[in-house]
Unconditional design. Sequence first.
Length: 559
Amino acid sequence: MTDTGFIVTVALALVAAAIGAAIAVRLGQSAILGYVAAGVLIGPYTVGPTAEPETVAALADVGLVFLLFAVGLELSISDLLRVRRVAIIGGTIQVVALVVIGFLVASALGFGTLEALFLGAFISQSSSTVIAKMLGERGELDASHGVIALGWATLQDLSTIVLVVLLTAFSLGGDLATDLGLAVAKAVLFLAILLPLGLRVLPWIFERLTLLRSREVFILSVVAVALGTAYVSELFGLSLALGAFLAGLLVSESDISHHVLGELSPLRDVFAGLFFVSIGMLFNPGFVLGAPVLVTIAVLLIVPLKGFIVAALSYVLGSPARTAVLAGVTLAQAGEFSFLLARVGADLGVVGEEMFSLMLAAAGVSIVLAPSLMRHTPDVLRAVDRRYGGRGVAPTEQVPTTGPTRRHAAICGYGRVGRLIGAALERRGFKYVVIEVDPRICRELRQRGVPVVQGLAENPRNLAVADLARAQVVVVTVPDSIAMRQIVHYVRRGHPRLPLIARARSASDKAVLQREGVGEIVVAETEVALEMARFTLTRLGVSSAETAAIVQGLRRRAS
């Protein structure tokens, strides 16, 4: 093993992470795969230069704090409260079920009682870090399945406190009721302190710091808050990551949250890469090759079994089938708290070397599989939907008679964009029909008397029910590029003269829509740039007429 210093270790880890990520992205894969592969190559189980695991692990803890603090900033409390029933009930049942299943499987394989319990607790946890990274890369942090997955993962993180207390008490023979009560009391006290600080004090402090107009002071303050909250969280018996996530979530409710996130993002990306490198360094390829059956069984418990349980519970608790499946796939891996539980068991002397290696290997495999599963699952769901039909109304069902009969618009997708369009139509008294998969939104629209078809907008059956033959215009707002193309293709094939406006996320989307003959194409980035240019010119004293002419010229050039 090569002896390296701190600087050399950091440089080696960063260089390996950069090369691994570049290769992975060039091959069309997630950067996470590149980080993990880089960790394997500079880890103690492969030949070549070896980084100091303790140094990388310490830096990885910092990355974990930054990443979860940033995730909290990007979410909102209202989003999580919207899925609290699914996350709390489903998450609790899932954790208990997997602890029991893991215990039974490990016992059948010949492991001791305590080792079996630790394996069950190990497989019950998912990685908030992996989830946040994958959803962020795909732009799905605020998607329905993304919010459910992060809320579910938060419940799992909180369950770690209970699991650590219970398993430690079982291992040492302590007073279970006292230990558990003390842990819960510490957690409640921490939240009681954090809530007023996060909702009132921290936003006020950040707003005052912005008035100093010193970027250095602001960045240092953000870093201090993230790391300080994480440290205090650990003092109260919670994890570093959970404390940082909760602090970010509370600050997200302030107007300054986007500024905080913008300054933190570069640090988050660098240290998050080191976190995944540290995961790769724990991965022992030799153990995987030497015990393929055990590793396969453990991976099956973590990936397909956990994913199925999450998806089934999400569906039973009211999520659409598509959302439930995506949430299940998102949570189908082991996480940082799995490693924490494994380390606790090893430190207590109840988890042997074989079980510890099994846990690390299975977790590593699940994290490597996660990006590919997330990437390909939507394609599989679309193929199944084309073959068997989506979860919507029957093809013979018509739009309610209270709905529009002429001069109506059909809105495909009623998220943030679709909702604004619907509000604009209502202001002028125009009728519209919505195709939306989220049952909560569908119930809300029905209560307001808006005709709605519940199901996937790219499903031809649902488009047929929307009465496109009598529509005046079709508005496609779905963020999924492939779904958007399928909708446009169906509308153009069945109703070639029907006016259609669609939202494109990229130049390739725009090219496809142009080939399909779409009359109006809104490229999100282009329109944002034009609106900012219009505002800037106006503030600089350019007349409204000249500004409009310049913006129109830029729009023609962009097209």
